[in-house]
Design a protein around this ligand. Sequence first.
Ligand code: DAH
Length: 339
Amino acid sequence: MITLEQIKQDFQKEWQGMHSLADMEKIKIAFLGKKGIIADQMKLLRDVPAADRAQRGQDLNRLKQEITDKITEQNNRFLEQEEEKLMDKQWLDISLESAYNLAGALHPVTHMRRKLEDVFLSMGFQLLKGNHVETEYYNFEALNIPKDHPARDMQDTFYLGENRLLRTHTSSIQIHGMKKLGAPLRVIGSGKVFRCERVDASHESCFHQLEGMLVDEDISLAHLKYFIDTYTKAVFGSNTKMRLRPAYFPFVEPGLELDLNCMLCGGKGCSACKQTGWIEVMGCGLVHPNVLQAGDVDSKKYSGFAFGIGVDRFAMMAYGIKDIRLLYNGGIPFIQSFA
Ligand code: DAH
């Protein structure tokens, strides 16, 4: 028979020389195993005098529990260490280092669109949302461009089938606006438009327009001229050189086109203005009575003007961008130069 003190001392000695999970397993077997020291001593209990047996049994059990707790605790510690070692070895960085420090910047077209919207909102216009996918009716017929009319050739169209298409201009907003709000009204709407264009320095197949319409009693070209003057000068300053010339659009009568003196070459001629010194930035005119009627507006009582601004071309003039393709090729350094 061994005293509890002796068992404790033996355990202590072994424990101090223990450095690994394997060492600890050996100690566990030696002390707690079926043939281990504690089990041996339990078997010997029958030789203990009856008066001391219960006490000795309890003491042995307590010691067994103490050793078990110590081993469990140490076991957890070993497991944690193992895991940490494994994590250190197997750690894998799956992030890709970024080539740029990607601070965001507003796209120049967005800059210009917001600038224009602010000017019109300050003049009492209401901002409407349009649809990229339109019906042929809203994009053409309601705007006085019947089926088979040669004017449809002015805008090469992406047809989607079932009378739907990608809007070729924002002018359909005029019809939605009149139907929704009635007369009198002042509305603008802006966004992407789509045409099957041959792409060059001044043409893209997706670009941006800002449409505007004002309907009231006795509206004339003089009113239109006033608004054009006001907003072009608000954007480009009071020395802006521009010209209005007659043009044909089926939804206005008379129709006009606004040209700005090309600010990229100072009017000398470049690829953006096709060597003419002038750049077309907007169509406009007095709303055709058929269009007013399509919008359920009384064309005897009301008249109005409408315009469609090429927002990309405005941005190109304002920010000195010589090629429209730069706006759409996704070049990050280009966009960041506007931050
Ligand atoms: N929708 C025309 C285009 O995309 C531009 C335009 C011309 C809009 C005259 C108008 C307008 O509102 O009155 O070419």
